[in-house]
Design a protein around this ligand. Sequence first.
Ligand code: HEM
Length: 381
Amino acid sequence: MSTLFLQSEIKNPYLLYQKMMNENPIYWNESNKIWIVYSYEYCTEILNHKKAHIPTVSENNFNEYALKISRNLARLSNVIQHEIAREIATVLFSHMKSIEIDAILSELLQNNKNKINWVELISKKLPVLTVLKSFDFNVQDSLFIANNIEQLIKIMHPNKKPDDIEFINTVSEEIYLIVEKHIGTLSFYENLIIAISSKHNISLQETKSIFISNLIGLFIQSYDAGKGLLSNTLLQCFSKENDSNTTDKIQIQKLVVETLRFDPPIHNTRRIASEDIQLNGITIRKNEAILVVLAAANRDDKHFENAMIFDVERKNNSEHLTFGTGGHMCLAKHFSVHLATEALYYLFNKFKNISILENEIEYESLINARLPKAIWISISN
Ligand code: HEM
């Protein structure tokens, strides 16, 4: 098995991670010309390293809207641009209203009793609808964005097919214009863009564009990772390894945190060396690519005792690297844990009989994320 693989092609990636961590915690993959870093210590070092930058994504044939979004996203930017984009994303995030997740869930589950595909019905919709509702987007705009976000997130993929670009362009324009119209209704918008524009000496127009793009960035970021979290935590509830009481909120929250460590939705993230980097006596040369395997670091015995065992009571489970660390660390750690806890609490308290109908889970053909394609469950009172 190659060290760079699609998650759809491997049954248990953790065995490979463990072997690599023991034998080659910093490994040069010659055929793909990329360094792969496995251990907790070295993953953390790269994520905190000033010379380990976010690689650029291809923007070929993007229209003006797709270009604006991709160039302004905190997730894709470095140095001063990142500082400004992250500042705006952080303020946006702090203004998200607290939302009744039960209300969205009960609407999504309406008329869908008995047999449901949790991934399609809940995991793909709940995170992005929660973010949209917390910024007061109306029902029509929310549905449009939720139904098209799967196309838009391809903006983040390193390489795109011609068909993807056409979709990205169309959807970027429509979503950009919806968000542009909406931001005027946000009470903090005017003051924020005036403050950022004068602090960083950039035009109001430019600041507005960074603001819109990073609001769209919150929808993009919530989609894949949120989908995977809701799916993987549900699978863990049904797993043999779990003996937690799934009707108790505290127990569910512990299960969510341990699932983030043990079976995270995002397995790796990429960096590029902007200068030579020294790591454990190895030189990563300027312009060489690095794959940081967060999911392997989460199973490092040097950091987590009996790391290969699912244990909700382990004291340091929340030190997992699933949300990254350092300058690009995810803004939504608590939001995501809360969302998954509330969703599972609702499910297991609302329905008396819940059972899983899948024997074998298939995963999406992605390198960076391990996302179940479908999870069929039956639910009844
Ligand atoms: C289980 C759910 C989630 C996981 C596992 C996750 C994971 C991550 C990771 C690994 C990064 C850092 C990437 C890197 O350093 O290369 C990141 C960044 C980010 N995440 Fe999340 N995320 C989740 C949910 C969300 C949600 C729900 C939102 C927004 C509502 C969000 C917003 C962001 C933003 C804005 C960044 C970029 C921060 C920056 O570049 O400064 N994330 N996320």
